[in-house]
Design a protein around this ligand. Structure first.
Ligand SMILES: [Zn+2]
Length: 287
């Protein structure tokens, strides 16, 4: 019995064969699926799915990469949606600096940027940096608001962090002891994992633990305490080996758990039991 703790079942990728996707998960021993909202609309769809299928639960939130297009007030609708008993946590929220406006601007102007290196910054670059600042503070504000909402509701938080490690921990620091987070799709070092666990948060692992170039993550999954992590797929992304590059789905949670079991030298059953107990403690499953 496994719990898939991070799926995006509301994405159109699953529309053509939704029923089969759920059947394959059950067949693989994945008995519960947590589907994650990435915007208010996506959160609403996540709840609709969770209301329809008894083994699916919803996490609702606004993903940091939606910061640009998010409405001024996302907390009122999220707070209303959170009253639904199928909602088991808030998220995914956090910080993502992977595609900052300055990076995007530089991509389109690679040649000019290169030729002007010696002359200092171009006007476009300076402007892009101003946009970066605004974009980052919008993300941070959305993140804080969702952390506050989670505390108000007594729910935990699913954290998305990409290329923003220090700032993410900085935002979370004042919330220590008030709310717990899971750093989903963990890809950091053992030191970073220990930092997170030291603050009483959790991590969760995706199919990256099955990748040839996933040795570092595999090693972290092998070394941290058994009761401090969960398993997930982040589907439709990050399909584990041997499905790498294809659409990922919740059934693949089993491959993630198997890879961790192998890395730790323990039976799959032990990983299944421990990660299920951890997920049951973290998410508010009421039925
Ligand atoms: Zn996700």
């Amino acid at each position: 019995m496994l719990i898939e703790t991070h799926a995006h079942l509301d994405y159109p990728d699953f529309a053509p064969d939704f029923g089969d996707v759920l059947c394959r998960a059950t067949d693989a021993g994945v008995t519960r699926i947590v589907t994650i909202g990435t915007s208010v609309a996506s959160s609403r769809r996540a709840i609709e799915i969770a209301e329809k299928y008894p083994n699916v639960y919803a996490v609702i939130g606004v993903h940091p990469t939606y910061a640009g297009e998010a409405k001024e007030d996302v907390i009122t609708p999220l707070g209303e949606l959170a009253q639904n008993p199928r909602v088991v946590a808030i998220g995914e929220t956090g910080l993502d600096y992977h595609r900052l406006p300055s990076v995007e601007a530089a991509k389109g102007k690679k040649v000019q940027v290169f030729s002007r290196v010696l002359q200092g910054e171009t006007e476009e670059e300076i402007e892009a940096q101003i946009h970066d600042g605004a974009y980052k503070s919008k993300q941070a504000s959305l993140f804080q608001q969702q952390l506050d909402l989670a505390i108000e509701l007594g729910l935990n938080v699913v954290i998305h962090q990409r290329d923003a490690w220090d700032d993410t921990l900085e935002v979370m620091r004042p919330y220590s002891g008030k709310v717990r987070g899971v750093f989903h799709c963990f890809g950091g070092t053992i030191e970073q994992a220990n930092e997170v666990l030291g603050l009483d948060h959790l991590v969760s692992f995706t199919g990256i633990v099955t990748f040839k170039n996933g040795a570092n993550v595999r090693d972290v999954a092998a070394r941290i305490p058994l009761d401090k992590f969960m398993v997930e797929t982040d589907c439709p992304y990050l399909a584990p080996v041997p499905f790498r590059g294809k659409r990922c789905e919740p059934a693949h949670t089993r491959l993630v758990a198997e890879a961790i079991a192998t890395a730790r030298g323990v039976p799959l059953d032990e990983i299944a039991r421990a990660t299920t107990a951890t997920a049951e403690g973290f998410f508010r499953f009421t039925r």
